[in-house]
Write a protein that binds this ligand. Structure first.
Ligand SMILES: *Cc1c(COP(=O)(O)O)cnc(C)c1O
Length: 460
């Protein structure tokens, strides 16, 4: 029904939470290349993955046939505690920019974990519980994933072991405290609790850690502990499936206002929030029904889509994980330690990588962190929400697109993902406010060092 004036908050009812996730992979014109077992260099089989991942999650990971996957009742019930998340018309931001653009954002930071990561954490914990496992291990970078998983495991009574990138655990002690409150064990990574951690420390005792290295430790801890499986908060196909709940809700809400986005913008670390937000809109594009313009925004200091290679690579530094064909900076790449804005992973979701390679994901844009925090500050002032630095990458691109609309006089509808709250990122905001924040853009030579570690894979 057409509404006179689109409200500030476009709310769905509880009954409008989707009952199924959408698996965009089933509808892609070109499927991404299979992930490979590093021991055989053959496509991984469910049996290869069984020691590492939960069985149901393996079938989701490998599923390129079913467009819709039913959300289990227990997961749906948990979603009811904090979903539907609001879709907000950013009237105040539009006014501040004096733009004819109509800006909408889907806010995922309203739950205690503070980000969209809970959407997948609760699903993954549910399948682990259903399988009768004792616990799960994982890594966390900035801490959002570890926090979300701790909450989900606390809810289902599962053990949760988190390897947290060392520099983050030092910068964000409160994240650790939240995880511990929910019952998780948090180990700064690299640590001396795993073989790979000891090796990484021996090679570089002063390392501040990286996601790739924490993944290696978490996987090792999994396969050496009875009754545990490994779970991951981004990059994987299963995570994009779970995060489709963001896009499905956003689409239902925006269509209620007789709107359809001309531009869809998301920040991209491993690609899960953007993959989830854009999935149902991508379905329209793949079906030739609509042609929204998709933009992935990444930090200039970790530019996997804009400057990376589309190649088979390991998902972790220790090279214990399967190989995925994706945009990558090389598994040994670590962004500069003064980079405060998150999104530090070296690779990108294989689904997003393929869509980008084929031109369905139209544009990747790298932005510098001071520009990102300028955008965060403006947004916080006018919209009243303090955004996570990751989310502020999407805000930056949204503001830039809205300014273009002002210049051209076009009134486009822009939808972006506001993935989280910035309350746990005050160290980064302090750095920005004190003028100490520096931009860092790796040189080609810096990137070459990462590329040198990408394995040579002859594709079948
Ligand atoms: C983890 C995280 C991201 C980036 O991860 P994606 O998988 O690329 O979505 C973005 N925003 C917030 C708040 C996060 O916690």
């Amino acid at each position: 029904m057409k509404q006179e004036k689109i409200p500030y908050k476009i709310n769905l009812t509880e009954n409008e939470i989707p009952k199924s996730w959408y698996n965009v992979r089933a509808d892609m014109k070109t499927k991404h290349r299979p992930i490979l077992n590093p021991a055989t260099m053959k496509p991984v089989t469910p049996a290869d993955l069984a020691p590492v991942f939960c069985d149901k999650l393996i079938s989701q990971e490998l599923n390129d046939k079913d467009s819709w996957i039913e959300i289990p009742e227990e997961v749906l019930n948990f979603y009811r505690m904090y979903r539907p998340s609001p879709l907000v018309r950013a009237y105040f931001l539009e006014k501040a920019l004096d733009t004819p653009a109509r800006i909408y954002y889907k806010y995922e930071g309203g739950n205690t974990s503070g980000s969209h990561k809970l959407n997948s954490a609760i699903a993954q914990a549910y399948y682990a519980k259903e399988q009768g496992l004792k616990g799960v291990t994982t890594e966390t970078g900035a801490g959002q994933w570890g926090t979300a998983l701790s909450m989900a495991c606390g809810y289902f009574g599962l053990d949760c072991k988190v390897y947290m990138v060392k520099v983050s655990s030092e910068q964000k002690p409160y994240r650790k405290a939240v995880m511990e409150t929910y019952g998780a064990t948090v180990t700064p990574s690299p640590s001396d609790t795993t073989q790979i951690g000891r090796k990484i420390l021996a090679d570089d005792p002063d390392t501040t850690g990286s996601l790739g290295c924490a993944i290696s430790e978490a996987v090792e801890a999994t396969v050496t502990t009875e009754g545990y499986r490994y779970v991951l908060g981004s990059v994987l196909n299963q995570v994009l499936i779970h995060q489709s709940v963001i896009g499905l809700e956003a689409k239902a809400a925006i269509e209620k206002c007789d709107e359809y986005p001309d531009i869809v913008i998301g920040c991209a670390g491993g690609g899960s929030n953007l993959g989830g937000l854009m999935a149902p809109f991508m379905a329209d594009k793949l079906a030739g029904k609509k042609a929204p313009y998709f933009i992935a925004v990444e930090p200039a200091s970790c530019p996997s889509l804009t400057r990376g290679k589309f190649a088979y690579d390991f998902c972790d530094t220790g090279k214990v994980t399967p190989l995925a064909k994706m945009y990558t900076l090389g598994a040994t790449f670590i962004p500069a330690s003064n980079h405060a804005g998150g999104l530090r992973y070296h690779g990108m979701s294989p689904i997003l990588s393929q869509l980008y390679h084929d031109g369905y994901l139209d544009e990747a844009r790298a932005v510098k962190q001071r520009d990102v925090f300028d955008a965060a500050k403006l947004f916080a002032k006018v919209e009243g929400l303090l955004p996570a630095p990751e989310s502020a990458h999407a805000i930056r691109a949204t503001i830039d697109e809205a300014i273009k609309c002002k210049e051209s006089g076009e009134s486009k509808a822009i939808l972006f993902g506001l993935t989280g709250t910035g309350y746990f990122d005050m160290a980064a905001y302090m750095q920005y406010n004190s003028g100490m924040m520096e931009d860092y853009v790796p040189t080609d030579a810096d990137l070459e060092r990462g590329f040198a570690g990408i394995p040579d894979v002859v594709e079948a």
